[in-house]
Design a protein around this ligand. Structure first.
Ligand SMILES: [Zn+2]
Ligand SMILES: [Zn+2]
Length: 269
């Protein structure tokens, strides 16, 4: 079983972690060290268990605490070469483990895999972690669109943390200037509720037991709008698991991720 911690998600900071058998892997550190520590403590995540930190891309809402936290915890940073190069001076004292399409990393019980995403960053990644019995968690946010590689990475996972950034109508009628609206809605920007719903409907399989909607826009979305867009699509696909919506300011309670009986018996595949 994997325990998934979503410490916060949105344009003001993102940080998740997975834990299994006393080993944790952080995924992004877009808050200050103190804030990550405060949030982790509030949901019972022991940062002393961390064996590594995945960094999806260099934008501050994913990376601002990464250098300090990886140094303090003495853990390697797993990231694409371009992201590492971009942050080289900040991460100079940190060990780098290369993560990418052909470079998975083993950390304790976890195998960490990744693929490139379509986003206006230097070398952005979506990530999936897996343990020996097949239980797996994917994290994909800051997606302009879901590429074939992302769809492949997210297929057959037990849990998916997926961006559901904005309501398309709210974005079009927002105060954002047209150039910003085009950037958010474009292929280098962020996934809308409608696109997330469609993608999750396509990705659904009998073993999918947890979905977390993440990176919601504060201006052009709400938890109820995101849930309202995605829940019907998941229901139509036959989803019987739990649907969560990540919050910017408050961590979600720990989420237990385990394979369903059907999958364990090989009936769902
Ligand atoms: Zn972001
Ligand atoms: Zn970004």
């Amino acid at each position: 079983m994997i325990t998934l911690y979503v410490l916060g998600s949105g344009s003001r900071g993102n940080c998740c972690a997975v834990e299994c058998e006393g080993v944790a892997v952080l995924i992004d550190a877009g808050f200050s060290i103190r804030e990550v520590e405060r949030r982790a403590a509030s949901v019972g995540l022991d940062l002393g268990l961390a064996a590594g930190m995945v960094l999806t891309h260099e934008h501050g809402d994913h990376s601002c605490g990464a250098a300090g936290l990886s140094r303090k915890l003495r853990i390697p940073v797993l990231t694409a070469q371009g992201t590492w190069t971009r942050l080289a001076t900040r991460l100079a004292a940190t060990e780098h483990r290369l993560l990418g399409l052909c470079s998975h990393v083993e950390l304790g019980p976890f195998i960490v895999e990744a693929c490139p995403t379509s986003h206006d960053a230097f070398d952005p990644l979506a990530v999936a972690v897996r343990i020996a019995d097949g239980t797996s968690v994917g994290v994909a946010y800051d997606l302009g669109r879901a590429t074939t590689a992302v769809r492949y990475l997210l297929s057959n996972l037990t849990a998916i943390v997926l961006e559901s950034n904005h309501d398309e109508v709210q974005l079009r009628t927002s105060q954002y200037p047209p150039v910003v609206q085009r950037r958010i809605a474009g292929s280098g920007g962020h996934l809308s509720n409608r696109a997330a719903a469609q993608l999750l409907g396509e990705l659904h399989h009998p073993g999918l037991s947890v979905v977390v909607l993440a990176h919601l826009s504060q201006q052009c979305n709400s938890a109820s709008d995101a849930r309202g867009a995605v829940a019907p699509a998941l229901r139509r696909a036959g989803f019987r698991g739990t649907l969560h919506v990540a919050d910017q300011d408050v961590p979600l309670p720990p989420i237990r991720v385990a394979q369903t009986a059907a999958i364990q018996l090989g009936l769902g595949l």
